[in-house]
Design a protein around this ligand. Structure first.
Ligand code: ADP
Ligand code: MG
Length: 707
């Protein structure tokens, strides 16, 4: 890397003056050891910043043995980067002085801006306008600063107590407080960074800008982010989809609490929280989501050191049975597959392992395993074409020093192109000795963490393999008619006839239906449809019909129908819902009850849902979400992604569901949600998914329309 002038081949990037300055002014530097203004200057000095440092403070002659200047204008040399830590009300003036001096980059540490209310927000807007008008980039305000661990630069312009080691991860944190913790965890795990940025209020430079900065940076192999909110989800999508094709982006997104209350009378609305939306959104951008900072670094270490796996099949090599079983369980639970080792691999393992060893997967070499056994077994497993990646477990070494084991498997792994992760149940001294050895396989304390890493590696590899930029398919639909129905209806729930009509116009198959104003009309409708039929009550404000006995299935003749109608009318009137009409439907049989839904998120726009349906949706919550626009591959992922997908494929002789049809309906609904944003919520529950198109139909639906 280095400064732009030293590397003529590299295209200068807008953030270079911030990351690779040749000189820095620290405005608001302080002699008080307990102040941020001292800590930051101290970090620059002790980390041996490669350029010149100019403290600025009108009340000091020298700070930290450096000559001090009364104002930035008094500095005789050129200043590339200004770090500003003066009281809030002085920031605007100082920024203007810096621009007059010709600085090329700004970091504003000072807090008290938009995070404190309208007055601060106004100051922050003015700051942004000033720097944007000058074409100079600014990090902050209200941030912890920036680190560039590049040995050519050695910039630590933060007040954090922990320095960063040089490595291959670019890390951006939205929270300054967490930034300190992030640097600590990185230090503990021996993880190295290229750059670290605490963004603060993101008045100018945003997470998106940083992703773009690292996009083509050869030293940054993994981009890691700690986020509290998405500033601009649409731009993030565009950038992330492009950049994840080149290098992985890992995100820890906090805020598992709701970002805003939503009216949730639909199943879809009730299940969709902010969090599932965020996960769906990140998935569709190819971004990996970690639950904790520690997990993020676990994955980042593997991504930085290992090749990507060709699939989801894992081979496990261990010297103890118990951890092998734990590893197997963890892998299978996550959706990884245990590789079926070939006869040739088994024979090869048999040829050198003791008789008591097990040569299936997991390969249990038993406690007598030597370093050589490890090397040969890992080689045999990796060379099996059925294996995409290997987890190597080593427990309580009797015959082998764990460092020797790790080096031996590292040597085997380096000659091959499959990821190898090590689980070493060893002492902390061992971990300290190996944690920064980047040529060795990444090491984990427990099989569960290694399995989770393998899963995310496989997911990312699958993302890289899939075709890029598939267009969302378009269906030929009569949108003018849909719009007319929505316009006529005004706000609130559409009535059943309007609801079914919208679905028909969008090509969603429905169970045959008729509306009837009374019992006689119901009988006529049933004769037309053909017995057996289903009778439902239609009443204002009646949303969950079965709760009040407003659904009667399998009525086999006119007498049964008449009786059901009388009783139903009495029941729902008693429950406070005056009957408006009866809905008579064909009695549908066979197939699986699934749910399709649309809900809208204030930030992310229309959201699609699919899952196992019926009365117990909220109990099982076996659903997946997707943000729009949705391409065919993404729609298939949503359907394949539910836990109960095996049911839809058909189990125990039961026929499966027409998966292509389900995919198509999801895509049609995505188009509906995008073309008719007034649709705030839609539930089709249940949709009866049979083995073919003819047998599939929606049995119940509701649509809520907003202004
Ligand atoms: P609600 O969701 O308002 O309680 P539904 O119309 O979804 O009412 O009916 C409840 C349940 O009754 C459905 O989950 C389904 O199992 C069954 N059901 C509804 N309509 C039909 C139909 N036409 N054919 C067969 N079963 C039906
Ligand atoms: Mg229903």
């Amino acid at each position: 890397m280095g400064t732009p002038s030293e590397v003529p081949a590299a295209r200068p990037r807008p953030l270079d003056p911030i990351f690779s300055p040749r000189s820095i002014a620290v405005i608001g530097a302080s002699r008080r050891r307990d102040s941020l203004g001292f800590s930051l200057l101290h970090n620059l000095v002790v980390n041996e910043f490669s350029g010149a440092i100019f403290p600025v403070n009108p009340h000091a002659r020298a700070i930290h043995s450096l000559k001090c200047y009364p104002a930035v204008a008094a500095i005789p040399d050129a200043v590339d980067l200004a770090v500003i830590m003066v009281p809030r009300d002085l920031v605007q003036g100082v920024v203007e002085e810096c621009l007059a001096k010709g600085v090329a980059g700004l970091i504003v540490i000072t807090a008290g801006f938009s995070e404190t209310g309208e007055e601060g927000a106004a100051l922050e807007r003015r700051l942004r306008e000033t720097v944007r008008a000058a074409g100079v980039r600014m990090i902050g305000p209200n941030c912890m600063g920036v680190i560039n661990a590049d040995p050519e630069v050695r910039l630590d312009a933060t007040f954090a107590p922990t320095p960063a080691r040089w490595g291959s991860i670019g890390f951006v944190s939205q929270s300054g407080a967490l930034g300190v913790a992030i640097l600590n965890v990185a230090q503990d795990l021996g993880v190295g960074l290229t750059q670290f940025v605490s963004m603060g209020n993101k008045a100018d430079v945003s997470g998106n800008d940083l992703i773009e900065h690292w996009e083509d940076d050869p030293e940054t192999r993994v981009i890691a982010m700690y986020l509290e909110a998405f500033g601009n989800p649409r731009r993030f999508t565009e950038i992330a989809k492009r950049v994840t094709r080149k290098k992985p982006i890992l995100v820890v997104k906090s805020g598992r609490t709701a970002e805003g209350a939503r009216a949730a009378t639909s199943h879809t609305g009730a299940i969709a929280g902010t969090d599932v939306t965020v996960s769906a959104f990140l998935d569709q951008c190819g971004v990996l989501r970690a639950n904790t900072i520690e997990e993020l670094f676990d994955v980042a270490r593997a991504l930085a050191r290992c090749p990507l796996p060709g699939g989801f099949r894992v081979g496990i090599v261990t010297n103890a049975g118990g951890p092998g079983i734990m590893a197997t369980d963890a892998c299978v639970n996550l959706g990884l597959h245990m590789a079926e080792l070939s006869d040739a691999t088994r024979a090869a393992l048999r040829s050198f392992l003791p008789r008591e060893a097990s040569v299936g997967n997991p390969v249990d070499m038993i406690a007598s395993a030597t370093v050589e056994h490890y090397a040969r077994a890992v080689a045999a497993v990796l060379d099996d074409p059925q294996v995409d990646m290997a987890m190597v477990i080593n427990v309580t070494p009797i015959l082998a020093n764990p460092i020797d084991v790790l080096e031996a498997i590292g040597a085997v792994a380096r000659e091959r192109t499959k990821p190898v992760l090590a689980v070493m149940m060893a002492t902390e001294e061992f971990y300290d000795a190996v944690k920064t050895a980047r040529e060795l396989p990444p090491v984990y304390h427990f099989p569960e963490s290694a399995a989770r890493v393998m899963f995310l590696l496989a997911r990312y590899a699958a993302w890289r393999r899939r075709p890029a930029d598939l267009p969302a398919p378009e269906f030929d639909t009569d949108d003018a008619q849909v719009a007319a129905i929505l316009d006529r209806a005004g706000e609130g729930y559409l009535d059943p006839a309007e609801t079914f009509r919208v679905l028909e116009l969008y090509g969603v198959p429905l169970a045959r239906w008729r509306l009837a104003r009374n019992r006689d009309e119901a009988a006529a409708a049933a004769r037309e449809i053909g017995f057996p039929v289903v009778l439902k009550a239609v009443a204002p404000g009646l949303v969950h019909k079965s709760d009040v006995g407003a659904v009667q299935v399998d009525l086999r003749g006119e007498a049964e129908l008449a009786k059901a109608a009388t009783e139903m009318e009495r029941r729902i009137t008693a429950a406070g819902h005056p009957l408006e009409a009866f809905l008579v439907q064909e009695m549908a049989r066979g197939g699986h009850e699934v749910i399709f839904g649309i809900t809208t998120d204030p930030r992310f726009g229309p959201l699609l849902m699919f899952g196992l349906g019926g009365k117990y949706v909220e109990v099982f919550q076996d659903v997946r979400f997707a943000v729009t626009p949705l391409d065919a591959e993404e729609a298939r992922d949503v359907i394949r992604g539910i836990r109960g997908f095996k049911l839809l494929e058909g189990v125990r002789g039961e026929p499966g569901a027409d998966l292509d049809l389900l995919t198509e309906i999801l895509l049609r609904l995505a188009q509906l949600s995008q073309r008719h944003p007034r649709i705030r919520e839609l539930d089709i529950n249940p949709f009866l998914a049979g083995p073919d198109r003819q047998s599939a139909r929606a049995l119940d639906a509701r649509i809520r329309v907003g202004s």
